[in-house]
Design a protein around this ligand. Structure first.
Ligand code: GLU
Ligand code: ZN
Length: 297
């Protein structure tokens, strides 16, 4: 993206094309859209499609169509992660030349058998030379330092990667670039200043910040929104949350989502059109109301 460095706010929604938009993904999309537009920012759409075994044929087209029905128009063209593979592999080569990566042939099963209660990767292949004939993942060497950041909703988050997680995979055994690395490269390249996404990705953030630091990238602001819970604070069931959204009555769904985002939409909005609802919501957007549901995850 040209000239992005001068833009004060560039947000994005980055769905994976693993199925249609469901209420939970639309909830996050709406939060990120409202946050961007309320600050007169840019809002980009990126399709995170590099995990090819998980992609569902036709899902990106459907996501794009559905976002349009909900009036969530993005700036610029749709960006696909799969266009950026060469860049990811360049950076993997660069990290490798800096001696920051190593091959790892451990299987999930062998690691679990070794230490069933400890999810920290013990660094086995960091100190041995695994069989060059075996398929290997590439792990990034972590450091024994605290990574911390202030999330706009969740407050101060800290993690010591080497103690709490261990060296982590940046390229999988099937040669697919790991989400943690790809997302950092794309967000940087697209000039993203603000990441608004679901709480389920909060614990990925320290890894992403660590990679940004290694690559000398600037750090975006983060806001992780609570997972979707109903008006009474009860977590919506997997079923309700995972069902494809009804695009026949987008107004009704938007109204419901605004309630779930604790924006207190007035009843009169039930009679409004999509554009009017969004206009209201952009003008009133206050993500701090989401703190009311902070306790439920
Ligand atoms: N593509 C990721 C997902 O659908 C989200 C990426 C992100 O927001 O960082 O879970
Ligand atoms: Zn290993």
């Amino acid at each position: 993206m040209s000239g992005s460095a001068t833009k004060h706010y560039v947000g994005r929604f980055a769905p994976s094309p693993t199925g249609p938009l469901h209420l939970g993904s639309l909830y996050t999309a709406l939060a990120s859209y409202l946050d961007a537009r309320s600050q007169h920012g840019y809002w980009l759409l990126r399709i995170d499609d590099i995990d090819t075994p998980r992609n569902i044929r036709g899902a990106s087209e459907r996501i794009i169509r559905d976002l349009e029905k909900f009036g969530l128009h993005w700036d610029e063209r749709v960006y696909y992660q799969s266009e950026n593979l060469a860049r990811y592999f360049d950076i993997i080569t660069q990290l490798s030349e800096q001696q920051l990566l190593y091959r790892c042939t451990c299987s999930r099963k062998s690691l679990a058998a070794l230490n069933p209660h400890n999810p920290v990767y013990p660094g086995i292949c960091r100190h041995t030379c695994p069989d060059p004939a075996k398929p290997a993942a590439l792990r990034l060497k972590t450091e024994d330092i605290e990574i911390n950041f202030a999330d706009r909703l969740q407050g101060l988050i800290r993690q010591n990667l080497s103690r709490e997680l261990g060296d982590f995979v940046v390229q999988r055994k099937d040669n697919i670039v790991a989400y943690q690395l790809a997302v950092v490269i794309d967000d940087y390249q697209q000039g993203i200043t603000d990441i608004v996404r679901g709480f389920d990705l909060l614990d990925s953030t320290p890894r992403q910040i660590f990679i940004q630091q290694l690559l000398g990238y600037s750090r975006p602001r983060y806001m992780h929104v609570p997972l979707i819970v109903d008006e009474q604070g009860v977590k919506l069931s997997k079923q309700t949350h995972a069902e494809a959204v009804d695009t026949e009555k987008p107004e009704k769904t938007l109204y419901r989502l605004l309630r779930l985002l604790r924006q207190d939409p007035p009843k009169i909005l039930l009679k409004a059109q999509v554009e009017e609802i969004l206009e209201w919501a952009v003008a009133r957007w206050n993500p701090q109301h989401l703190k009311k549901i902070r306790a439920i995850h």
